[in-house]
Design a protein around this ligand. Structure first.
Ligand SMILES: Nc1ncnc2c1ncn2[C@@H]1O[C@H](COP(=O)(O)OP(=O)(O)OP(=O)(O)O)[C@@H](O)[C@H]1O
Ligand SMILES: Cc1ncsc1CCO
Length: 257
């Protein structure tokens, strides 16, 4: 259940990595979809009160059978409606993973006075140490996984915390890079059920290493040519995985925090 801006992009990212997307804004069919064994992304990017009620129905359906659910509180710190929306969703069920940029995760954590001017985070207000502490404590409080994306991503399940420094600047110059990172993670969480943090880290690395490969290509001249190259590189990493070739992971820049 993603926003109207990125639906097509998110479906293409899902296909590239070998997942099987279905864009459904109808909470009444969520029970049938949950039974298929996939994951759910609840993305608040273009939410209305009607969409929120569908999100809550879907959340209940996936929670009922333990299917993995991700919350992407897009633009959470930008408007009062979105701040209230985050609270309503978090009170309405369990999210296995909450992901967002700095402004969004600060809002999820309950910080006052966060001022996002759009869906982007804007200039960072926190140093890396404070970002790590915020992510770790919020994950411990919610008993789930929290991912704060950015140039350096911070992810924690409250006990294990990692920073990941892969990615490419063009990810910050296109719409939906955070949203489709959520699509990627949800797809892997649907398959790797034992260790959700491992699933999420694998998704981040696949996504960001594909972005690095795309950004370095000679045919990529800027954000416009980056998007199709990025989808191709996600597809290439998926093909390498299918062949049992895991060399792509040697590019991982991950540290325990
Ligand atoms: N300058 C950058 N260098 C490397 N990676 C980046 C950069 N900017 C963003 N990213 C990566 O892009 C992805 C999305 O992160 P970002 O924080 O930009 O999401 P977002 O603000 O929620 O995006 P959107 O609202 O456009 O969906 C992450 O994988 C992040 O690591
Ligand atoms: C630009 C934009 N506005 C609402 S959702 C979205 C896509 C990036 O999250």
């Amino acid at each position: 259940m993603t926003n109207l801006v990125v639906q097509n992009f998110a479906a293409n990212v899902a296909l590239a990595i070998g997942a099987s997307p279905i864009m459904s804004n109808n909470g009444l069919e969520a029970g049938d979809l949950a039974a298929l064994g996939g994951g759910l992304v609840v993305n608040m990017g273009t939410t209305t009160s009607e969409i929120r009620s569908n999100h809550l129905k879907a959340l209940a359906a996936y929670n009922a059978i333990g299917g993995p659910v991700i919350l992407d509180p897009v633009g959470a710190g930008a408007t009062q409606q979105r701040r209230e929306g985050v609270k309503a969703l978090m009170a309405g069920g369990y999210f296995d993973l909450i992901k967002g940029n700095e402004g969004e995760i600060r809002t999820v954590a309950g910080a006052q006075g966060v001022k996002q001017h759009g869906v982007d985070s804007g200039a960072s207000q926190l140093d890396l140490k404070d970002r790590i502490t915020l992510v770790k404590t919020t994950a411990a409080r919610e008993s789930n996984i929290v991912l704060m994306s950015g140039v350096v991503d911070v992810i924690s399940d409250g006990e294990r915390t990692f920073t990941i420094s892969n990615g490419h600047k063009y990810l910050g110059e296109i719409t939906g890079s955070g949203c489709t990172l959520g699509t990627t993670i949800a797809s892997i969480m649907a398959v790797e059920r034992e260790d959700k943090l491992l699933a999420a880290v694998a998704g981040i690395l696949m996504y960001e290493i594909a972005a690095e490969r795309a950004g370095e290509r000679e045919d990529v001249k800027g954000p416009g040519t980056f998007v199709p190259a990025f989808i191709d590189e996600l597809y290439h990493i998926r093909e390498e995985c299918v062949r049992g070739d895991g060399k792509w992971m040697e590019a991982a820049k991950i540290e325990s925090a």
